[in-house]
Design a protein around this ligand. Structure first.
Ligand code: NAD
Length: 484
């Protein structure tokens, strides 16, 4: 059986224990994963610290950028291997991994290779009372050793979203991918080696969160800053741990995202967009819409149209090109989502479609599939309307006025993403501006320009990454003041 190893100081190393990497499509074991123990995590931090003090931190920006481009070439050169690893670990359809996850993995390196070359820095001339002046200018230094902890839903995409800008700024990293999805991160370590990334610059440790590699990393005083994507409650736990060493954090956390659909929308375009927004990656995207508010005259038609789309999704083997919807990530997560389906019934929901688990009569029955599900009729106070479910499910409710829709959309402790669907230009802008979310789409969903700020309000995160926002998090700015 294949052993997925840690990558520390430029070498692949076994850990002290192993745990299985499960294929969610049928529950089979894909590989054994070597779990890094506390001393190995410490070794990884030490290797990163040495590399930082060595040549990497002083490498010129064009040379660092060239290495980032080579990493992107390496991902593209082994595209099919990355796709296969991602599909086996996550159960996502091969079409999705090929179209989004792996291309974005490479694109993240290309985007930050370009951006770091042109990143502006502030300078101010200060006129002094005695007629002289001072010139202030900032220089960008690496933050240091960066701890990167990522989730399982978009493994390579979200990991490279942090690794690329961190390396672009001259940092060295210790990465802890999700225990559910160790495959593509390990392939990335091979690509790093092939691209000539010096040893110690990129380190990879496998394991779990509490009392495992995740916590060993966040409690290590030698790490200079942490960037994390995952659940809000995990963010809170990490924050408590890193507080002991007073380290900066950048957090991209959960959401309970709303979509507002006005009766004047282009219905066909809206249904296509919201089918993706609810069901893409089996609803396991932090940006997915779990609450849809539809203007009352359109409500019945909208519900029927989305139901038709949901029932047309093809739940299949992830490796089948025609599959649109794979399983959930794990047995535990399936139990959680099915628990919410049951709770929705108890809370008085109408199950428009789905609400259970499919039966295939083949190996997928030991996998972690659930039915795409649409709910209506719940009170805004229902747990299914308030809590992040992270499955292929949404609740649809009618509204009568613009103000009511905005108030309902904003009535959440989260604030990650929202979308507005209307053909009235002014209304689109007006409503978008009033929504409390890190990103609001008008007549689209999931479109991203990698230079734009990305992050969430409230329980959805701390700080912004993307473009210059990433470069600023992964840098220390040193202001130099020269008396002229
Ligand atoms: P999770 O919080 O369970 O785990 C994420 C990572 O944190 C894993 O690598 C895990 O091992 C590690 N971890 C867990 N406990 C830890 C601890 N105490 N100390 C250190 N590390 C610890 O999240 P998940 O289930 O993998 O991912 C799903 C969640 O991620 C959802 O809530 C989703 O909304 C969120 N998410 C947010 C974004 C965003 O950009 N805002 C993107 C994707 C996913």
């Amino acid at each position: 059986m294949k052993i997925i190893q840690n990558y520390i100081d430029g070498r692949f190393v076994r850990g002290s224990r192993e745990f299985p990497d499960i294929n969610p499509a049928d529950g089979s074991v894909v590989a054994q994963v070597s779990e890094a123990d506390r001393s190995q995590v410490s070794e990884a931090v030490g290797a990163a610290t040495s590399a930082l003090r060595g040549d990497w931190g002083r490498l010129s920006i064009p040379k660092r950028a060239a290495i980032l481009q080579k990493i992107a070439d390496g991902i593209e050169g082994r595209f099919q291997e990355f796709v296969a690893a991602e599909v086996a670990d996550t159960g996502k359809p091969v079409s999705l991994a090929s179209k989004i996850d792996i291309p974005r993995g490479a694109a993240n390196f290309r985007a930050f290779a370009e951006l770091i070359k042109t990143a502006p820095l502030e300078s101010y001339r200060t006129e002094l009372a005695d007629g002289s002046a001072a010139l202030n200018y900032a220089v960008r230094k690496p933050l240091g050793v960066v701890g990167i902890i990522t989730p399982w839903n978009l493994p390579l995409l979200l990991l490279t979203w942090k690794v690329a800008p961190a390396l672009a700024c001259g940092n060295c990293v210790v990465v802890k991918p999700s225990e559910e999805t160790p495959g593509s991160a390990t392939l990335l370590a091979e690509v790093m080696q092939e691209a000539g990334v010096p040893r110690g610059v990129f380190n990879l440790v496998h394991g779990f969160g509490p009392d495992s590699a995740g916590e060993f990393l966040t409690s290590h005083a030698g790490v200079d800053g942490f960037t994390f994507t995952g659940e809000s409650s995990t963010g809170a736990a990490i924050m408590r741990t890193v507080a002991a060493n007073v380290k900066p954090v950048s957090f991209e956390l959960g959401g309970k995202n709303a979509a507002i659909v006005f009766a004047d929308c282009d219905l066909e375009e809206t249904i296509v967009g919201l089918t993706d927004a609810v069901f893409m990656n089996t609803g396991q995207v932090c940006l997915c819409a779990e609450r849809i508010y539809v203007e009352r005259p359109l409500f019945e038609r909208f519900v029927l149209a989305l139901k038709k789309k949901a029932e047309g999704l093809r739940l299949g083997w992830p490796t089948d090109e025609t599959t649109t919807t794979g399983p959930l990530i794990s047995k535990n997560h399936r139990e959680k989502v099915l628990g919410y389906y049951g709770l929705a019934r108890n809370e008085g929901a109408t199950i428009v479609t789905g609400g259970g688990a499919p039966h295939f009569g083949d190996g997928r029955d030991t996998g972690f599939y659930v039915e795409p599900t649409i709910l209506t009729g719940l009170a805004e106070s229902a747990r299914c309307v308030r809590e992040e479910i992270f499955g292929p499910v949404c609740h649809i409710a009618p509204f009568d006025t613009e103000e009511e829709a905005i108030a309902k959309a904003n009535d959440t402790k989260y604030g990650l993403a929202a979308s507005v669907w209307t053909t009235q230009l002014k209304r689109g802008h007006r409503v978008a501006e009033q929504l409390r979310a890190g990103i609001t789409w008008v007549n689209c969903w999931f479109l991203r320009d990698l230079r734009t700020p990305f992050g969430g309000m409230g329980l959805s995160g701390i700080g912004r990454e993307g473009g210059m926002h990433s470069l600023n998090f992964y840098s220390e700015l040193n202001n130099i003041c020269v008396k002229l």
